[in-house]
Design a protein. Structure first.
Lengths: 183, 448
């Protein structure tokens, strides 16, 4: 089980075009919150030593799904008005969840699609569904099993931002990837 | 008298005293997700109605306080007058105290009432019966033609004053306009206060509201069964849209559609034998038929687009629905058992929420014009469209059962309110609750 995690996380860190993969030398697992160990191992790496981190068990008490430095903690896809296509910036995040779900075939996720408050409530349920279905379909294309994903819609009924500005509406045009216990 | 709806005060307390038909782990989730109103209503949230527009030629009518009506507060004549005035078709005249007080049996001095500018006159009386109940008699007169138009006697208990007054108003309305009154009908709507949602049922004048369902999760799309005994609606108490049918008399709820994905937009067939719903269980939102007990699912559309908001035509032959199969949401019609769909709306790029008038001749829907969402009415024979409102956030239109008014939700001053507009656009009403948003109105059918 832990081996799968390490493999998945290594692959993720490699895949993730973020700062942590640049700072952390190859082969070092960084599981501490906030990426503090990344700075540490960077210092080690400065001496030309390839470090091996065996403390992962302790730091791993935090689920990669909750670890703010882990892309798996990112769950939301945002959309333009009346649109449902997934912008490129969200694709690495969805790919990371696909990888995680492939590695954890027992795990299931719920995709909740949301819309802003303009227009018909029922039409917005359908629009939110189309957004959630888009994320589900991408996960399936990336090898996640059909029975691991349910896509549902909350329409305009559960707005994250309560205001009526364009910025509020943009917050509410969203799909969220939720793991058990999170909904 | 006044049959057809059990207004027992214990209705609210019985709403959840039953076993739901869902499996037990769902029941546990239900119990945690819902606040159950087991006690008397907390803060009453009665709708108050404001008339913001009236018909051009209102019939002046004198409704004389019924002799002895003080025994039946709050007074039958004032409720009859308020009902008739709210329709926008009548103007109630002030009647000074008359001595001796006339009754339905009095000789009518037509010239006297004509000099008071009354076109119509209602006289009546209330008498206590030995069994503790009351008898109300009234008679309606055409003052212009100087002729009685008929009258009725009702026997009632003291808690049936409002219902009796609504019956009298219905009688007067029908005699003088030629169409059925809707004062004895009920409306359903959702009130949101903070994080709490309540599905409420009230009389058409907003009085005597009762809560059928209270939840911390949204409730949308209530729709009345043809006989007015049940409501279908969508509840999010399971963290996703699920279609329920709720029996109002005993509070029993049944899950109708809880498939994988979203389950939404219920519409009753006119004979009550089935519902049309929008389901995403096979991907995308598509239309299906389903029996009210959740059996007999049958797919109706296969479009690859959004198909939702189905509604049956009154003859049961067609289903009108919203689809974006043409690139923008528009209203389409298809045979009720499936088949090729025909596009109905063409103006603009956002036309949703179709509702068919009770006579099947016109279509109300929500049209977006320059960013404004407004109630539109399309005459299906002439293809003429009329925008009926000047508000800009209109949703969820619902015809009165006589087809004269359309009730809808809108936003005024940042708050959700209900409004009603006559199909000629002249008569306008606004229904508000204190400290809350009202939305998702559904006007119930005539009581049998």
């Amino acid at each position: 089980m832990r081996a799968i995690w390490i493999v998945a996380l290594t692959a993720l860190l490699a895949a993730c075009a973020g700062t942590s993969s640049e700072q952390a030398p190859a082969g070092v697992e960084d599981r501490s919150p906030g990426g503090a160990a990344g700075a540490q191992s960077g210092a080690v790496g400065g001496k030309g030593v390839t470090g091996v981190d065996l403390t992962g068990g302790q730091a791993g008490a935090m689920s990669p799904l909750k670890d703010p430095s882990n892309i798996l903690s990112k769950r939301s896809v945002y959309y333009d008005f009346d649109k449902y296509d997934i912008k490129d910036e969200y694709k690495p995040m969805i790919e990371a969840h696909a990888k995680y779900l492939r590695a954890h075939p027992e795990m299931k996720v719920l995709i909740q699609g949301n819309t802003d408050e303009r227009g018909s409530r029922e039409y917005n349920v359908a629009l939110g569904q189309r957004r959630a279905d888009g994320v589900k379909n991408m996960l399936k294309l990336l090898g996640v099993r059909e029975d691991q994903v349910e896509a549902v819609s909350l329409g305009e009924e559960k707005p994250k931002a309560q205001g009526t500005t364009e910025a509020d509406y943009a917050q509410n045009r969203r799909s969220d990837i939720l793991y058990p216990g999170e909904y | 008298m006044i049959v057809g709806y059990n207004r027992s005060p214990s209705l609210a307390t019985r709403l959840f005293m039953h076993r739901t038909s869902v499996c037990w782990n769902r029941v546990v989730r239900l119990v945690t997700a819902l606040i159950v109103l087991l006690v008397a209503p907390l803060a009453r949230a009665q709708l108050s109605i404001e008339i913001t527009g009236a018909g051009a030629n209102r019939i002046p009518i004198a409704i004389v306080p019924l002799a002895g009506e003080a025994a039946l507060p709050p007074g039958i004549s004032s409720i009859v007058r308020a009902d008739l005035e709210r329709s926008g078709l009548f103007r109630g005249l002030e009647v000074p105290p008359l001595i001796p007080q006339p009754t339905e049996a009095s000789n009518v001095d037509y010239a006297e009432w004509r000099s008071r500018l009354a076109d119509a006159l209602v006289l009546g009386s209330v008498a206590a019966r030995p069994d503790g109940r009351f008898e109300v008699r009234f008679r309606l007169f055409d003052v212009v033609k100087q002729t009685p138009l008929g009258g009725v006697a009702y026997t009632l208990a003291k808690d049936q004053v409002r219902a009796t007054a609504h019956r009298i108003a219905d009688y007067v309305y029908e005699k003088l306009t030629g169409e059925r009154g809707v004062f004895s009908t009920r409306i359903a709507y959702v009130v949101k206060r903070g994080t709490r949602y309540e599905l409420q049922i009230a009389d058409a004048d907003g009085a005597d509201e009762e809560t059928a369902l209270a939840s911390f999760e949204p409730i949308i799309s209530p729709t009345w069964s043809p006989h007015g005994r049940r409501l279908a609606y969508v509840s999010f108490e399971n963290k996703k849209p699920v279609v329920y049918v709720h029996s109002l008399v005993d509070g029993k709820r049944r899950v109708v559609a809880n498939f994988k994905g979203s389950n939404s937009a219920p519409a009753w067939a006119p004979d009550g034998s089935k519902l049309a719903v929008s389901l995403s269980r096979e991907g995308g939102s598509q239309l299906y038929l389903i029996n009210p007990d959740g059996t007999g699912v049958r797919r109706l559309t296969n479009s690859g687009a959004i198909d939702t908001e189905p509604v049956f035509s009154p003859d049961g032959q067609s289903i009108y629905f919203t689809s974006d199969r043409g690139g923008s949401p528009q209203i389409y019609r298809m045979p009720a058992d499936g088949g090729p769909a025909q596009r109905i709306t063409f103006d603009g790029n956002y036309n949703v929420s179709p509702r068919i008038s009770p006579d099947g001749k016109s279509l109300a829907y929500i049209a977006r014009n320059e960013g404004k969402f407004q109630v539109a009415l399309l005459d299906l024979a002439t293809r003429q469209t009329q925008i009926l409102t000047d508000s800009d956030r209109d949703e969820s239109p619902s015809f009165a059962p006589n087809g004269r008014m359309i009730l809808f939700a809108t936003v005024i001053g940042g708050r959700g309110v209900l409004s009603a507009v006559s199909v000629d656009g002249r008569v306008k009403q606004r229904l508000t609750v204190t400290a809350g948003d009202v939305r998702e109105p559904a006007w119930g059918p005539f009581l049998k």
